[in-house]
Design a protein around this ligand. Structure first.
Ligand code: ADP
Ligand code: MG
Length: 694
């Protein structure tokens, strides 16, 4: 790890900038600072061919005149440049004094930039200039790499071009080759470029084919080591940790199934329950992620598998991210278990002291069989008699550390089932939750009509109101959601409050409730309850109703300022309607001015109701860092080159290779795998908080 200070061209100031701005402290860090784009500089245009439709171009020629126009801050310089086929105007608004002084009118130059037009004359504003003899980079490349830099760096003369020069200096200062980080066996078998060639081609691609090969090798390597690490940990865990064995299905589940089950299970529900049963009977500790779109019936699955725990004389708990949701689960489940002689309790932050005491006692004696609640379940004073299964609803709201707390509630960890309605694309699941098994409910209960979604600009508010009125007259209920991303944002709050008053004014014959995050839990519950029991017909709220809430009679979801929501969140919100038998609607309200990306988001929402399709689209549009649900649980490391939205196939392949290696050498003890072991240790030390991947 050669210190970056020693690199020719890097003085103390630049070294400091590199460290501060890009965390580049060594030659190696610099080599792994990859370009974000490439521009083909093998082609020269004749000035005659240049037009404004072309992207970045380069021409070769000489200056014929330099004119400064105006004075002081308003001044600019225009230069005429010719190659004999035509004349091009070059314009500088800033820094032209320096440019003017440095231009040699005898010399031949390469001019590089984006052509535009002004007053009918084609020009290039602030082009890059290179004198021909200077332009010969020592390492030749047809594609020029471009690097992200910051404003601070640019002020310190570290622009993209300067980074490129530094990359060149690294290669020129190298004696021999950059040491390989993948075993020779893998490189041979899959015909990868070696590391030295790959890094060189990433920074100085001789052609696009070589660039692709370099990218493939580096992406593979990045994803491969992540998978290798996850899979090895999983192997070790399954070896080290035993799981409770739940061999039987007994009276509780049977009684529920024959007496209480309100409908036929969907095939997907049946399959998923089977998968979970198999896990819980295997002797291994279950760690399973249950994905199912909103409304797919996850609660019922949770209940039935909790009953299996009870049948084997264990306790079970169900944890939800909000009080509203926990309460709703408690009510639904209590009702479904009514008459079966099963003891269920609700524990939240607002449980009364006396209640708590009773819960604590019954929990420790084992009399209390199912405990439902919020984060309050995690507190140390909550002690179970024999907790066998933990179900976590809407898991992305809980951090990994919190989950680990539940693990430790027993001498032996309970089985864990995490449920989420935020469909995580396979590629992402394999990376973040790579050591969880995944079950998917890919089928909605029969009879659901797909929700109709429309995108309205604000000027159609009257139409919207007319439509809402029609639905209210039919006896339906309506949600109106406002963004309140930062609960402290005054503006957002004002919008919400105004929206509430507006709805009261426009619909005087109906009752309007309001829910937001700043209300006390009791107030919130009361307002929610009002809406759930149809005492109020319109609910104006923030995204606190985003997860889980179930009011089947609500058939309209209006999302205000929809442009401020991500795709997954829009889909979640929309999932609050369409839960009954009636045709439901979602209306996305936005202003006129929308970015291309936002337009795409609205377009996808109006076209698709498939959560997985939407999640994939989200991943492609925004990249995994922003993806709803991964922000909180956090992709614990940044990928340098692979892109989970686009490189799913490489990821799949990397996982297969890692699996095959671990199959034949679980502890990576073989001679040929020495490098793998070394590399994993190094990565763990350096940057990746591997333990975060649970
Ligand atoms: P989610 O997966 O979003 O948590 P829920 O568990 O809240 O979904 O279920 C949504 C609705 O579908 C509930 O009203 C539930 O009673 C109903 N439901 C669940 N399973 C079935 C089924 N197999 N047939 C019909 N309705 C079902
Ligand atoms: Mg749910």
């Amino acid at each position: 790890m050669q210190n970056i200070n020693y690199l020719p061209g890097v003085g103390p100031k630049k070294a400091e900038l590199l460290k501060q701005e890009l965390k580049i402290a060594s030659y190696e860090d610099l080599l792994y600072y990859f370009p974000y784009k490439y521009i083909d500089r093998s082609k020269f245009y004749s000035i005659r061919e240049v037009n404004t439709k072309l992207p970045y171009i380069q021409v070769k020629g000489r200056f014929t005149s330099l004119n400064t126009v105006g004075t002081g801050r308003q001044s600019r310089m225009t230069a005429t440049f010719t190659d004999g086929t035509g004349v091009l105007e070059l314009v500088w608004f800033k820094g032209h004094k320096f440019v003017k002084e440095s231009i040699n009118s005898e010399a031949e130059y390469i001019v590089f930039g984006k052509p535009s037009a002004f007053n009918g004359q084609i020009n290039i504003v602030h082009p890059e200039l290179e004198k021909i003899n200077e332009a010969q980079v020592k390492i030749s490349s047809a594609l020029q790499a471009f690097y992200n830099t910051t404003e601070k760096m640019k002020k310190g003369f570290l622009n993209s071009k300067a980074i490129q020069k530094l990359q060149q200096n690294v290669f020129l200062s190298f004696q021999g080759k950059i040491p390989e980080t993948l075993p020779a066996g893998i490189i041979e078998k899959y015909k990868f470029l070696n590391l030295h060639e790959s890094l060189k081609a990433i920074h100085f691609p001789p052609n696009s084919h070589q660039l692709e090969k370099a990218q493939l090798r580096l992406k593979f390597e990045e994803l491969f080591y992540i998978q290798l690490n996850i899979l090895r940990q999983k192997n070790q865990r399954t070896k080290a940790i035993k799981g409770y064995v739940f061999p039987k299905v007994g009276e509780f589940l049977n009684a529920f199934y024959s007496q209480k089950l309100p409908f036929e299970l969907t095939n997907a529900q049946k399959r998923v329950i089977k998968e979970i049963r198999r896990d819980m009977g295997s002797g291994k500790q279950m760690n399973r992620l249950l994905q199912g779109d909103v409304g797919s019936g996850k609660t019922l699955v949770a209940l039935m598998v909790m009953l299996i725990a009870l049948d084997n004389s264990f306790q079970a708990c169900l944890m939800a991210p909000t009080e509203i949701l926990a309460t709703q689960h408690f009510e639904t489940i209590s009702e479904m278990l009514d008459g079966l002689n099963i003891k269920v309790a609700l524990l939240t932050g607002s449980s009364k002291k006396k209640e708590r005491q009773m819960i604590d006692e019954d929990l420790q004696s084992g009399e209390l069989q199912i405990l439902i609640g919020t984060h309050a379940l995690l507190e140390d004073k909550v002690v179970f008699n024999n907790l066998g299964l933990v179900v976590i609803d809407e898991q992305h709201r809980f951090g990994v550390a919190q989950r680990a707390k539940l693990w430790r509630k027993n001498s032996q960890p309970p089985h864990i089932l995490v449920m989420t309605a935020t469909p995580i694309p396979r590629t992402l699941a394999m990376t973040i939750y790579g050591d969880l098994e995944v079950s998917v409910i890919d089928e909605l209960p029969p009879g659901r009509k797909p929700i109709e979604t429309a995108h309205y600009f604000h000027n159609r508010r009257n139409n919207l109101n007319k439509f809402i009125n029609q639905e209210l007259e039919k006896g339906r209920q309506v949600y109106v959601v406002y963004p309140l991303i930062e609960e402290s944002e005054k503006m957002d709050f004002k919008n919400l409050a105004e929206g509430y008053e507006y709805m009261q004014r426009v619909f005087p014959n109906y009752k309007v409730s309001m829910v937001h995050g700043k209300m006390r839990p009791a107030e919130k519950d009361e307002a929610m309850q009002e809406f759930a029991s149809n005492q109020s017909q319109i609910l104006v709220s923030t995204t606190v109703i985003e997860v889980g809430v179930n009011v089947p009679n609500a058939s309209v979801m209006v999302i205000e300022s929809a442009e401020r929501f991500g795709l997954s969140q829009l889909h979640q919100l929309r999932g609050r309607v369409g839960r009954g038998a009636d045709q439901s609607f979602c209306i996305l309200m936005t202003g006129y001015k929308l970015s291309d990306e936002t337009r795409k988001r609205m377009e996808i929402m109006t076209r698709s109701t498939d959560g997985f399709e939407i999640a994939e689209a989200d991943l492609k549009l925004r990249g995994p860092g922003d993806l709803e649900g991964t922000q909180q649980s956090g992709l614990p490391f940044a990928l340098k080159i692979a892109n989970l939205g686009k490189d799913g196939q490489i990821l799949q392949f990397a996982r297969q290779v890692a699996e095959a290696i671990l199959d034949s050498d679980p502890l990576l003890e073989k001679e040929e795998n020495y490098l793998l072991n070394k590399q994993l240790k190094k990565l763990a030390r350096e940057k990746m908080n591997w333990s975060m991947i649970s």
